[in-house]
Design a protein around this ligand. Structure first.
Ligand code: C2E
Ligand code: CA
Ligand code: CA
Length: 963
């Protein structure tokens, strides 16, 4: 019954088992049947399998045994049986032979006897009466036939005896033919000849013996043949059966009623005395042989019967053995099943029920029962160990999950987990914040779902790409539902768990903004917003490249505002900046849309004009700019005038390097300034030569300073009332090895540009102070009261100025009150506060300060009160035209009056005539300086002037090359 149901049950169970295996415990549905049922299915199967296995083995074993016993045992018995049968037949033949030889002996007795010899030869009746008469001789010798045939073949005597009736009987008719003359039985050619065997008579087979009749001494000649015979009848066979204890049957070969088994055996019996064995029926076995007659022809078939006891007994034994075997097998199988049930199945069921229970309750600390030290016990312990490991790993997993959740929840950057279809499975608070939605409304949607249409596709792309690349980094621009634009970065790690794609998002909007701003700053001027030098040069190389490919020529306009420094110094930096912005705006109005205006720094601008067919186009732009800049600028209601000088460099072939072009334009601009400013100049190579010269000067200057090629000349400043030297101004010259004495106008600007003036000025200061000290030593009271040293604005910005001056005074030992520093109005105008501080410090040291070139500046007057100035020096240009231009006379007058109100000493430069000296004196000017009194001279000459006292003093000034 169990087996019949087992197949579907096990099939169902197996399917269920497989699903459990793939889906895991967690996915097992609640609709599942009772826990034990599944295992019952397995039990039945296992049992059936054992049963079937044992059964099949048993059947196979029994069948094999059966076959083997059939072949070996029964076959062996059959062989034995045949052997027995042959032996029995042989015994029967032996018994027949015994009979025959017995008959032969009897015949020999009679044949080798003189009486017989006589009887056959002569026919003696006595012999007949004493030996042959009556039935006695036949009966006593148990004969059926006795016959004497003489040597002529005449039958001398013949007698037939019926042994059954024990009486003489007539001689059978068929006998005569066998005894006829010449027949084997009747004829003996030699005394040793003997015939014995069978002859077939119609009455039945007859055993016959024929002997030659000889004399008693065995000698011949052969008198005839003595023939004796005995019928082989039922009686004879019974006797034979009795002696051999074998049941015998005989048939004539020619018997028409020959039984079937005889006929079957006949073919195997071709030769006489051969034996054939075959079963007669189930109980008997027949041994057959054939007896031939005296002529050698088959005559009689003889069968010996044997009961088949051996075989039947053998078969019985085998059957018994087989039954025994089956019984043993059945018992064995049952024992095994019982053992299986007791030792394995019941415990396995318990174990599986335990596991099932754990699986259903899903309590990690539940355990199965553990028993025994065998394999099942071990299995139970293994399960327990496995449960321990599971519990431990699930605890670890729980902790890891908790840690992950903590990180995930608190992370400031958005994190999301997506499934294969791109839907959000998890999103941390930062991610929800980014989207501006709650977690509930985020989960289950794709990220693109929250984005407006244009961002969706980009998102899709990014997602597909990062997935295809097995993760990575991506960047995109999205618009959020509230319309906000954000730049975001993505880091994706697909399949962190199968089908779980991890995405870290970062909102990089602010960084992008900053990057953009920084990039803008890197390429733009902060004040005007125009492209800066870097961007300009980039653009320049691009358009040069383009012009090489036949897009017309490129013109680079290099602008420098004329005297912008003055504006900056007089109106202040803020005003200067505003002016620069206004200029940049105005420049933009002068160019075509595609052209570029850039600010290189300071008051330098560049304009790039490309795709030109004609130089005149560039000139037109430059002219337009010059004119445009000339128009007044309005700075907070104040009108300001400025102009610009422009250098134009052209790239015609497109082979120029941007830097070269820029430098060329710069050179041309310098040239435009040289030519009188507020104009443009187109670069040509000759300009380069001049520029190169300037550069050469710079190099030479540096070398000259090292080599000591500079010399200081001195020019006296004379008191106009006494005409005595009040002080001396130090004026530097360059004793050039080739060019001779070079005036400061030719190198001071270059020295100022390059900063070399700081070192040069210091050198002049030191030289002058030392000279002054020397005069003080040498001349005593005749020495000038002070030495005037010119100070460039550039020097004023040198932070070491104060300490340098202090050091020089210390080194030379000159009293600070004997040093008068001449500064121009531009000094400290860009930073009045710090300049004021430096000037105050100098005053505190005791140094006097004089404002040089007074009257040429702009707004010096406003600063005069703030700066601790001791004196003024009216610029020579006013003095020169004094009396010629009423205006200038008025200015000098005003300047002197101004100085006097401020209680400042006032001196005039460039006094070349006595009239000028007299007039200045009349105006109230204290001092004068100029060629009228003395030209700048070397120290030795100066000493002569000083000793002379009053000036002018007739001397010949050393040749001074000018220009
Ligand atoms: P400055 O300070 O105004 O010097 C006066 C200039 O006027 C000198 O020119 C002087 O030779 C010239 N001069 C004097 N009397 C007359 C006159 O009657 N008629 C004419 N036409 N000119 C007269 P110099 O020596 O060529 O110097 C030119 C300028 O070079 C100076 O102008 C000064 O600004 C600057 N300089 C000279 N030496 C130094 C120096 O050591 N340091 C600095 N920073 N500048 C110096
Ligand atoms: Ca001066
Ligand atoms: Ca001056």
């Amino acid at each position: 019954v169990g087996g019949g149901r087992a197949v579907p049950a096990s099939g169902r169970v197996r399917r269920r088992g497989r699903r459990t295996g793939t889906g895991g415990l967690a996915q097992r549905g609640p609709g599942r049947g009772p826990a034990g049922l599944g295992f019952l299915g397995y039990v039945v199967t296992l049992r059936t399998r054992t049963l079937v296995t044992i059964g099949v083995t048993l059947v196979g074993l029994v069948a094999a045994l059966y076959v083997i016993s059939q072949i070996v045992v029964v076959g062996g018995f059959a062989d034995q049986e045949e052997l027995d049968a042959r032996r029995e037949v042989a015994r029967v033949i032996g018994a027949l032979d015994d009979d025959l030889s017995h008959l032969q002996g009897t015949a020999a007795d009679w044949a080798i006897w003189d009486d017989t010899y006589e009887y056959v030869t002569n026919g003696d009746p006595r012999y007949y009466s004493s030996n042959l008469a009556g039935d006695v001789p036949m009966a006593s010798n148990d004969l059926s036939l006795m016959a004497f045939v003489n040597s002529w073949g005449e039958t001398v005597f013949v007698k037939w005896y019926d042994r059954g009736k024990a009486a003489s009987a007539p001689v059978p008719a068929g006998l005569g033919e066998h005894l006829a003359p010449g027949k084997p039985l009747s004829t003996h050619s030699s005394p040793n000849s003997r015939i014995s065997g069978l002859i077939l008579l119609p009455e039945g087979p007859l055993t016959v013996v024929s002997m030659p009749i000889l004399k008693s001494d065995g000698s011949g000649p052969v008198a005839g043949a003595l023939v004796m015979g005995r019928m082989l009848d039922t009686h004879e066979l019974a006797a034979l059966s009795q002696t051999t204890l074998i049941s015998l049957t005989a048939y004539r070969v020619d018997d028409p009623n020959l039984p079937r088994d005889f006929a079957d055996a006949m073919p195997a019996l071709a030769a006489p005395r051969e034996v054939a064995v075959q079963p007669i029926d189930d109980g008997r076995l027949g041994g057959y042989t054939m007896l031939a007659d005296v002529y050698g022809k088959p005559a009689v078939l003889l069968r010996a019967e044997l009961p088949r006891t051996t075989l039947t007994r053998g078969q019985g034994t085998v059957q018994l053995f087989m039954i025994g075997m089956v019984l043993v097998g059945l018992v064995f199988g049952l024992v095994i099943l019982a053992l299986l049930e007791r030792l394995v199945m019941s415990r396995l069921l318990r174990l599986s029920a335990g596991v099932e229970r754990i699986a259903q309750t899903r309590k990690p600390d539940a355990r199965v029962e553990e028993a025994g030290g065998d394999e099942l016990g071990r299995l139970a312990r293994d399960i327990i160990r496995m449960l321990d490991a599971l519990a431990e790993s699930s605890e670890r997993g729980r902790q890891s999950e908790a840690r992950f959740q903590a990180v995930f929840k608190t992370a400031l950057d958005p994190f999301m987990v997506f499934d294969d279809s791109g839907k959000i499975v998890e999103a941390n608070p930062a991610a929800c914040k980014l989207l501006g939605l709650s977690e509930q409304s985020v989960l289950g949607h794709t990220f693109g779902h929250f984005l407006p249409e244009p961002s969706k596709a980009a998102m899709q792309d990014l997602w597909a790409r990062t997935l295809a690349q097995g993760g990575g980094w991506g960047e995109t621009h999205i618009m959020l539902p509230d319309g906000q634009h954000r730049d975001i970065e993505f880091y994706t790690r697909p399949n962190v768990l199968p089908g779980n794609h991890f995405v870290a998002v970062r909102d990089v909007t602010d960084r992008k903004l900053l990057e953009g701003r920084l990039e803008y700053q890197a390429f733009h001027d902060s004040l005007t917003g125009l492209p800066n030098r870097t961007l300009f040069l980039q653009r320049l190389s691009t358009v040069i490249e383009r012009s090489r490919r036949g897009h017309g020529m490129v013109a680079l306009l290099f602008l420098d505002l004329d005297d912008f420094k003055v504006i900056n110094d007089s109106l202040g930096h803020k005003a200067g900046d505003r002016l620069l912005m206004s200029v940049s705006e105005r420049l933009l109005t002068c160019i075509r849309p595609g052209d570029m205006v850039a600010r290189l720094g300071g008051d330098e601008f560049t304009v790039l004009v490309d795709s030109l067919n004609d130089v005149r186009d560039a000139e037109r732009v430059a002219g337009r700019i010059v004119e445009s800049v000339k128009r007044p600028f309005d700075l907070d209601g104040q009108q300001v005038f400025i102009s610009t000088s422009i250098g134009i460099a052209l790239s015609v072939t497109g082979s120029d390097r941007p830097d070269d072009l820029l430098r060329n334009a710069d050179v041309a601009m310098y040239e435009a300034k040289q030519r009188g400013k507020s104009r443009y100049a187109i670069f040509d190579q000759s300009m380069n030569v001049r520029a190169w010269k300037r550069l050469q000067t710079e190099i030479d200057l540096r070398r000259a300073l090292d080599k000591g090629e500079f010399v200081v000349y001195y020019q006296p400043v004379v008191r106009l009332d006494t005409r005595r030297v009040a002080e001396v101004e130090a004026l530097v010259r360059w004793q050039h090895p080739q060019r001779g004495l070079v005036p400061p106008a030719e190198f001071i600007p270059v020295a100022e540009e390059t900063g070399l003036i700081v070192d040069l000025g210091l050198w002049v200061l030191e030289q002058s102070c030392r000279q002054m000290r020397q005069w003080q030593h040498a001349l005593g009271n005749s020495a000038p009261a002070a030495i005037g040293v010119n100070l460039s604005a550039r020097q004023f910005k040198d932070p070491a100025l104060l300490s340098d001056i202090g050091r020089v005074l210390d080194d030379t030992g000159l009293d600070a009150r004997c040093l008068n520093l001449e500064i121009t109005e531009s000094v400290g105008m860009d930073d009045p506060d710090s300049a004021g501080a430096v000037l105050h410090a100098l005053r505190d040291m005791g140094v006097s300060l004089t404002l040089d070139d007074f009257g040429t500046g702009y707004s010096a007057l406003s600063h005069l009160r703030r700066f601790p100035i001791n004196g003024l020096k009216i610029d020579g240009s006013f003095v020169r035209d004094m009396g010629v231009r009423a205006e200038d006379t008025a200015i000098v007058h005003a300047l002197v009056a101004f100085a006097r109100t401020l209680k400042l000493k006032v001196a005039a430069e460039g006094v070349e005539t006595a009239e000028q000296a007299a007039y200045l004196h009349a105006l109230g000017c204290d001092r004068g300086q100029g060629y009228y009194f003395a030209r700048p001279v070397g120290p030795a000459q100066m000493e002569v002037f000083l000793k002379a006292g009053r000036l002018p003093f007739e001397v010949v000034e050393p040749a001074l090359r000018t220009g």
